[in-house]
Design a protein around this ligand. Structure first.
Ligand code: UD1
Ligand code: CA
Length: 454
């Protein structure tokens, strides 16, 4: 079956009180519309049409790399009017699946069920039964339980408002018939809008059957109109992701205090403490332990790594058996080989550290290559920036850097060098040397400290 997808995203989103178009607001780090698009792509439609209006080309530009036909709706005259704008782009023999850009969590499986119900002689709609269906159009069924009409809440009488089955807004209908029905819509209703939902009554008049299915979870069809609803769906989505991790064998100390804004690929027997955030693409090996309040963005972590609390990582690779934190910061292009230790208040940037090396306290190491079995003392700083350019520091295998050392790049610390504490190193060292720069210590005997004047 050939089908086109129409995504409605022209609404203003007034209640967001925002300069950002509603469908660009992020849920789990990704625009609402991106969630819908990702789901739609799984269905492999013939084409995707997106109706935009408020926020103008800002929405189109945010998705410029996607193959979407953008259709502008100059004035928001209702859902029926919005769909009508797309019909000249849709072949008569297509089925048309209508989705909303502000209903982000609709699942592929639910849409597939709906598509499976549909053919060119019927309409299939997704309905939802809710304890409190306020805001939804109500599904009117006859005594045979067949759907005969959808009545918008604002047009409904007291009895109709008691109905708990609501219209999700998502439906699939044959293009040729849709063209006729939409042509005949009249804005004779409480909102003076062209209601897409009015096609149901028209189809029933023509003896077209209206089939329906429901989503697995009602949240799949929850729309976002304000930031409270956005926060609600964010928590719902995060809970689902946390449950998925636990099913894969991850222990979460508190599943309510984990946030995933991207994809996390996990091994077995991982333990994650409270208030951890993952962004982008994350890979975590077996038996990894992650302490509280850590933040990760695009990070790969090998087996048996232990990360202590309050550590921050971006675009970093950590090989097996490393121990990091607390309070470590790994900035982009950091690569730690196996069994490396990084301790508190250590910042690394564009740095590779070979196996068994340690940087345990209070250091900045940037634009550096560190060999294996190196020990970097507390308070070591690579002076990598001269005010105009960045320079490399090379530290070869088995170097010992004494505490409070400045390494003025470009500089190479040759294999086996020992640097005396408190040195400022400006020249390359000799292998296996003791290198230090330090003014000689002097002592003045019986030194009298200054005293306060009376
Ligand atoms: C619509 C349905 C209602 C359903 C509810 C589910 C109609 C008439 N009503 O009502 O039965 O229960 O959704 O949430 O269809 N949009 C446009 N252009 C327009 C109007 C709307 O693109 O001219 C878009 C909006 O951006 C939004 C979606 O269509 O994404 C739904 O519009 P909205 O005004 O929120 O419809 P509801 O009144 O909630
Ligand atoms: Ca709505």
């Amino acid at each position: 079956m050939n089908f086109s997808v129409v995504i409605l995203a022209a609404g203003q989103g007034k209640r967001m009180c925002s300069d950002l178009p509603k469908v660009l607001h992020p849920l789990a780090g990704k625009p609402l519309l991106a969630h819908v698009l990702q789901t739609v792509e799984n269905l492999k439609p013939s084409q995707i049409l997106c109706v935009y209006g408020h926020g103008g080309t800002q929405v189109c530009e945010a998705f410029s790399e996607k193959s979407i036909s953008w259709v502008h709706q100059t004035e928001q005259k209702g859902t029926g009017h919005a769909v009508a704008q797309t019909l000249s782009h849709i072949p008569d023999d297509h089925q048309v699946l209508v989705l909303y850009g502000d209903v982000p969590l609709i699942q592929t499986e639910t849409l597939q069920n709906l598509i499976n119900l549909s053919n060119d002689q019927n309409i299939a709609i997704l309905t939802v039964t809710l304890e409190n269906p306020t805001g939804y159009g109500r599904i009117i069924r006859n005594e045979l339980k067949e759907i005969i009409q959808i009545i918008e809440e604002k047009d409904a009488n007291e009895r109709e408002r008691q109905i708990k089955e609501g219209n999700s807004g998502i439906l699939i209908a044959p293009a040729l018939k849709l063209k006729t029905w939409l042509n005949n819509l009249k804005p004779n209703n409480a909102q003076s809008e062209y209601y897409l939902t009015d096609i149901i009554g028209m189809a029933v008049q023509e003896n077209i059957s209206i089939l329906s299915t429901q989503p697995h979870d009602p949240e799949e069809v929850f729309g976002i109109n304000d930031r409270l609803q956005l926060a609600y769906l964010e928590r719902y989505f995060q809970k689902k992701q946390a449950e998925e991790l636990m099913r894969k064998g991850v222990t979460l100390i508190d599943p309510n205090r984990l946030d995933i804004r991207g994809n996390v690929d996990v091994g077995r027997d991982i333990l994650i403490d409270a208030n951890v955030i993952f962004e982008g693409v994350i890979k975590i090996g077996n038996r990894v332990k992650i302490g509280a309040f850590c933040h990760f963005k695009d990070v790969s972590i090998g087996d048996d790594v232990e990360i202590l609390p309050y550590s921050i990582f971006e675009n970093a690779t950590i090989e097996k058996n490393c121990k990091i934190g607390p309070f470590s910061r790994l900035r982009p292009e950091t690569h730690l080989s196996e069994n490396v230790h990084i301790g508190n208040f250590v910042e690394l940037k564009k740095t590779t550290v070979a196996k068994n090396s340690k940087i345990n306290h209070l250091s900045y190491v940037g634009d550096a290559q560190i060999g294996c079995d190196v020990n970097i003392g507390a308070g070591t700083i690579t002076c990598n920036y001269d005010g105009a350019n960045k320079h490399q520091t090379i530290i070869e295998d088995r170097v010992f850097v004494g505490s409070d050392t400045q390494l003025v790049a470009p500089v190479t610390i040759a294999e086996g060098t020992t640097i005396g504490a408190g040195s400022t190193i400006t020249k390359d060292t000799l292998p296996n040397s003791l290198t230090l720069s330090r003014s000689p210590q002097k002592s003045i005997a019986n030194w009298q400290r200054p005293v306060k004047k009376k």
